[in-house]
Write a new protein. Structure first.
Length: 71
């Protein structure tokens, strides 16, 4: 009887669904300028977005095997 990876596949699909939901929420939040109007943007907001960007870059670099030390 061949060994199956049903449990691993189920866990993979569950993780993918969660990632897809997070990405969709982030895209919508970005489309709304992260909830900030142009009149209220300050350097604190810039710092927050820089933090988000750094975390997303880290994930992107891992996914595509790019970035510092991976080239």
């Amino acid at each position: 009887m061949p060994e199956t990876n049903d449990a691993a596949l189920d866990a993979f699909i569950a993780a993918k669904i969660e990632i897809d939901r997070m990405l969709a929420r982030l895209v919508a939040h970005s489309a709304d300028h992260f909830g900030y109007s142009p009149d209220e943007v300050n350097w604190g907001h810039v710092g927050t977005l820089d933090h988000y960007r750094a975390k997303l870059r880290e994930i992107s670099d891992m996914a595509f095997q790019e970035g510092q030390g991976l080239e």
